[in-house]
Design a protein around this ligand. Structure first.
Ligand SMILES: NC(=O)c1ccc[n+]([C@@H]2O[C@H](COP(=O)([O-])OP(=O)(O)OC[C@H]3O[C@@H](n4cnc5c(N)ncnc54)[C@H](O)[C@@H]3O)[C@@H](O)[C@H]2O)c1
Length: 268
């Protein structure tokens, strides 16, 4: 699906970004792994190489303008061009809003919103010159539904959704598509502290219409589709890969048996 393409993935040292790098390599792409974690990025690079593709590690902070520009320069120097970018780097700083520290707000917004803009803009300008390219943003169900206790995360993720739509609308007629993937609950290093608790893990699976949480590889499939020419007429779109979670609110409201029974959750 991605034969010969040159793809940048931010946050590819871990989790969904790494799974996307691996799948994109299996589909024939060379991968620039842009991450603040050099060691994790090197590990992903090995996984890419093991699939017969070239890889480049770019140790960077995605929230810095100079780093975003260097990311593009180094990728072009190595691969000759850029065909697509996935923006997925994130740091989560949980807090209730009344306790949210300004430095945690800044970190999440700078990495999870400004950083997505800087990296997409820098890589996108080159793709505009080529008249061809695909930008994929990783948002979250937390960008569609308020994620209480997660600090500024939901706000960054809601902004990411609009960013994908806006890039798609502004750049679509110049050959550069932009779309947003909305993952539901996925077990990754970011969420491991929750999933390592068996009770929480079971409860998290139970609220998903599909009855289970997602795997990083399943989110990677959505990203690879949007990077590929197979999605050539998909632009400014949102692709949910959440097992139905974002649409599940009515499942959790008692009394849907309409016969006076109190709870009908999964008892039909
Ligand atoms: N895991 C989930 O359940 C889930 C659900 C919905 C959405 N998402 C989204 O998917 C994406 C990936 O999440 P994940 O769970 O794989 O997270 P993760 O923590 O496993 O990976 C995030 C990566 O971003 C990198 N990073 C952090 N700050 C950076 C910076 N300033 N510059 C460069 N790299 C930086 C980290 O080093 C790490 O490699 C995120 O956008 C996240 O919001 C995840």
């Amino acid at each position: 699906m991605l034969k010969g393409k040159k793809i940048i993935i931010t946050g590819a040292a871990s989790g969904i970004g790494r799974a996307t790098a691996v799948l994109a390599a299996e589909e024939g792409a060379d991968i620039a792994i842009a991450d603040i974690d050099r060691q994790g990025a090197e590990e992903t690079a090995e996984l890419v190489k093991a699939r017969g593709q070239d890889s480049l590690v770019i140790e960077m902070d995605t929230s810095l303008v100079a780093d975003a520009k260097r990311m593009v320069k180094d990728t072009v120097a190595r691969f000759g061009t850029i065909d697509g970018i996935v923006c997925g780097a994130i740091k989560l700083r949980p807090a209730k809003l009344e306790d949210l520290e300004l430095e945690d707000w800044d970190m999440v917004i700078n990495i999870g919103l400004k950083g997505y803009f800087l990296c997409a803009q820098a890589a996108g300008k080159l793709m505009l010159e080529n008249g061809n390219g695909s930008i994929v943003f990783l948002s979250s169900v937390g960008g569609v539904q308020p994620y209480n206790g997660a600090g500024a995360y939901s706000i960054a993720k809601a902004g990411t959704l609009m960013m994908g739509n806006l890039f798609g609308v502004e750049w679509g007629d110049r050959g550069v598509r932009a779309n947003t993937v909305v993952p539901g609950q996925v077990r990754t290093p970011m969420t491991e502290s929750m999933f390592s608790d068996e009770e929480i893990a079971a409860g998290r699976a139970a609220v998903v219409p599909m009855g289970r949480v997602g795997k990083p590889e399943e989110i990677a499939e959505a990203c690879v589709f949007l990077l590929s020419d197979r999605s050539s007429y998909v632009n400014a779109a949102t692709l949910r890969a959440d097992g139905g979670l974002a649409e599940s609110k009515m499942m959790h409201i008692p009394g849907r048996n309409w016969g006076g029974k109190k709870i009908d959750y999964n008892t039909d």
